[in-house]
Design a protein around this ligand. Structure first.
Ligand SMILES: *Cc1c(COP(=O)(O)O)cnc(C)c1O
Length: 396
């Protein structure tokens, strides 16, 4: 059925049909299109009303987000997960979609920096009450509950001290009181822990980190157990424009293909480096959840099922000047991120936790000599050499 005008002179702006092919590309195609044309009014109506499946405008969804969300859903044991333009987009969509003026929520006291800011600066502007509690201590969570508490937001593994939340107690306390539990699973990944298998109501990821894994895609993911929650979150994503870019989804999907391999290699490297670091005379403390001197070692073993992850924190002797020297000489990227294929080193006192007073930092165990390392997939001996050399130079 040709439309009128088909025999007018060709214009490069006019669409030509996508070439037919009985064979399909092996990889997911990148579809950057923003606008989708429907064949006619009745079909468009059916699309809006759910009778026909089809994209309309990419802020409201696009194929690359759908494909990636479906893969992450499988990994998390979720249904109907949604992509956002960043991890913070996912956090914001959950908080703004599910809370209203007069509600109260509790956050873990070592949340990601921007999530902390959201609770301290932004939600109160909308009349939402917020407070913090120590997620490793069930009594602290229980004491923070109020009659209007609607939500608890936790990260299972805290940044940068790698403490493990008493997550089963948190599910129990929240659900006894009619509140929901939102787990930011970025550090743990579904290889370490699947929140929906245990009692979480919402799962969030910064896909930017380990899942995409190459520091070249910025994305978030959120899935909800309840369809009503999912709808409310989706409406915020679309209305406030937290939409993910097709290109980033496409890049992240490519990164995801190697996620399992990367996670295993990076975790094995991390465990070996934790042991090596503990033997260095210049190192005063090593934090890794499988170590017997880790404060939550028993809980980590029970909750993480032997997957202790790629994050290692350590403290060197000599305070700021030694730490400065280490960053000057180390053959490793000094960058406050995590989850890249390459190892990155961050210094919480000058980055994620610079907003705290020195006393506030020392209450969390973060001194000027404290480093957090996101271990990558490099050859282990190279990483060992880089660390040993730089730590010994930092002490001279
Ligand atoms: C990085 C991070 C975020 C924010 O994700 P972006 O993709 O950077 O917006 C949220 N939570 C945790 C635990 C993170 O590490």
């Amino acid at each position: 059925m040709s439309k009128p005008g088909h025999n007018l002179p060709r214009d490069p702006v006019r669409s030509v049909p996508w070439p037919e092919s009985v064979s399909r590309p092996v990889v997911t195609p990148l579809q950057p299109g923003v606008v989708y044309a429907s064949p006619d009014i009745d079909t468009l109506n059916a699309q809006y009303e759910g009778g026909a499946q089809g994209y309309t405008y990419s802020r409201e969804g696009h194929p690359n987000a759908s494909v990636l969300a479906q893969k992450l859903d499988e990994m998390e044991g979720a249904r109907g997960g949604m992509m956002t333009g960043s991890g913070m987009g996912a956090v914001s969509a959950v908080l703004l979609g599910l809370l209203q003026a007069g509600d109260h929520m509790i956050g873990g006291d070592q949340l990601y920096g921007r999530s902390l800011r959201m609770l301290t600066q932004d939600l109160p502007r909308f009349g939402i009450e917020t407070s913090f509690a120590d997620p490793t201590d069930a009594a602290s969570i229980r004491a923070a509950m109020r009659p209007n508490t609607k939500m608890i937001l936790v990260e299972l593994v805290s940044n940068p001290t790698l403490r493990i939340a008493d997550i089963d107690a948190i599910y129990q306390i929240a659900h006894e009181n009619g509140a929901i539990v939102v787990v930011d699973n970025t550090f743990t990944t579904p290889r370490g822990y699947r929140p929906f298998d245990h009692g979480a109501d919402i799962v969030i990821h910064s896909v930017t980190k380990l899942l995409a894994g190459h520091s070249d895609a910025m994305l978030g993911y959120v899935a909800a157990k309840s369809a009503d929650h999912a709808q409310a979150i989706w409406d915020v994503i679309v209305t406030m424009g937290f939409t993910a870019s097709p290109y980033d989804c496409w890049m992240a999907e490519r990164g995801l293909y190697s996620f399992d391999l990367r996670f295993e290699r990076a975790s094995a490297n991390a465990a070996a480096l934790a042991t090596m670091l503990a033997e260095q005379p210049g190192v005063s403390r090593v934090l890794y959840p499988s170590r017997s001197d880790h404060p939550d070692q028993a809980r980590a073993a029970a909750v993480l099922g032997g997957q202790f992850g790629n994050m290692v924190s350590f403290e060197i002797k000599g305070g700021h000047s030694s730490a400065q020297r280490l960053t000057e000489v180390i053959d490793m990227n000094f960058a406050p991120t995590l989850g890249d294929v390459g190892t990155t080193l961050s210094h919480p006192a000058s980055s994620s936790h610079r907003g705290l007073t020195p006393e506030g930092r020392s209450a969390l165990g973060i001194s000027d000599g404290f480093f957090r390392m996101s271990v990558g997939i490099e050859d282990l001996s190279r990483l060992e050499h880089a660390l040993k050399t730089a730590i010994s130079a930092s002490q001279s």
